[in-house]
Design a protein around this ligand. Structure first.
Ligand code: AHM
Ligand code: MG
Length: 338
């Protein structure tokens, strides 16, 4: 239970005040992201109506072209980032390359565009048209270059260099979960006041769970270690809490969020067809890994810690095993047999 009424913005400012050298820019940047996500949330809620009225891809009553939701989310996020002036590069799962940005407030005594931001603007795209939860994932790094617009080295940093990460789920309510390295905190959007209000502070993921989330339709393409691991989870053994329950929404943010709260392991492994799995290191795996580790969980590609992987390209994929620590450790043990 939260004892005091607190907004997202007030919470991040309070967190930033713990560091005397902080300039307040990270708080402003996170507030910009939250604003963009409120706009996306509104549009997601209207999506069903837009479909009924047959607008998508056509002109609406004002004679404007109606954008697909994922394009809309990408445009809102990149535009808000461009206007905010806090970042020197924005990288999006929807864009081939990164967009570099000049410093905006040149009279500021601090370098204004000191951050890099990565987005998966609308994760769970296959669920957009069927009213199942989807979300936005974001990740923030300090720039490594000294000045000017950001470059590729700014954009390709290891996950452990993140200064903040989070996601917003557009579901039965809109929730925002974030970390800036001081625990994981959850906010719920109150649509009547238009604010994200603090729901839970310092979330910790259960050390061991009874839930696994994986697309089991790919079973025939898995390695022998992966097959044995999932077979193991399904065997009956009261003492170790098996069989596990299977829960798979098909939206990473939604599967991850449930497992963060109840405990669980989410897996998207490598398989015969997708040698590096399906999910993207920079846009999906790294931000969720930062969150899970802050919550006391674990995240790996089956062998190595996700946040230690040196990225070679923006859209690089990685196998992902993420969630309750003991479950991820167990999965890694089975994969060693491969
Ligand atoms: P997306 O970014 O195009 O939505 O793809 C990522 C999604 C994840 O949200 C989800 O976990 C996964 O793809 C589902 O993949 P599959 O349909 O192969 O199970
Ligand atoms: Mg995605």
């Amino acid at each position: 239970m939260v004892s005091k009424f607190n907004t997202f913005y007030r919470h991040i400012i309070e967190q930033e005040r713990k560091f005397p050298e902080a300039t307040g820019q990270l708080s402003d940047l996170l507030a910009d992201i939250a604003l963009a996500c409120k706009v996306i949330s509104l549009e997601v809620n209207r999506a069903g109506l837009i479909d009924i009225l047959g607008f998508t891809g056509e002109e609406n009553v004002q004679g404007e072209q109606v954008k697909k939701l994922d394009v809309f989310a990408n445009d809102i996020l990149t535009n808000v980032m461009k206007q905010g002036g806090h970042i020197c590069a924005v990288c999006s799962e929807e864009e081939e390359s990164f967009i570099s940005l000049e410093e905006k407030f040149t009279d500021n005594k601090f370098l204004s565009n000191k951050y890099i931001c990565h987005f998966d603007p609308l994760d769970g795209s296959s669920n957009i048209d069927v009213n199942v939860s989807i979300g936005t994932i974001f990740s923030i790094y300090n720039r490594v270059s000294k000045s000017g617009p950001g470059d590729i080295d700014d954009c390709l940093q290891k996950g452990y260099e993140q200064v903040a990460a989070g996601y917003v789920i557009y579901g039965s309510s809109t929730v925002l979960t974030y970390t800036a390295g001081e625990g994981v905190h959850l906010f719920t959007l109150d649509p009547s006041v238009g604010e994200f209000l603090l729901s839970t502070e310092n979330i910790s993921i259960p050390k061991k769970s009874r839930i696994y989330s994986v697309n089991e339709g790919n079973y025939s393409k898995w390695s022998s270690g992966m097959k044995k691991y999932v077979d193991h989870l399904k065997q009956v053994d009261k003492e170790s809490g098996r069989p596990y329950s299977s829960r798979y929404v098909g939206s990473l943010v939604a599967d991850f969020h449930r497992n963060l709260i109840y405990g669980g392991i989410f897996i998207y492994p490598a398989d015969k067809k997708n040698k590096n799995g399906k999910l993207r290191l920079m846009y999906e795996a790294n931000p969720l890994s930062y969150i899970v580790e802050q919550a006391g969980g674990r995240s790996s590609d089956g062998k190595n810690r996700i946040m230690d992987i040196k990225p070679e390209s923006l859209h690089q994929r990685t196998p992902l095993f993420i969630g309750s620590e003991e479950d991820v450790l167990m999965a890694e043990k089975f994969l060693k047999e491969d």
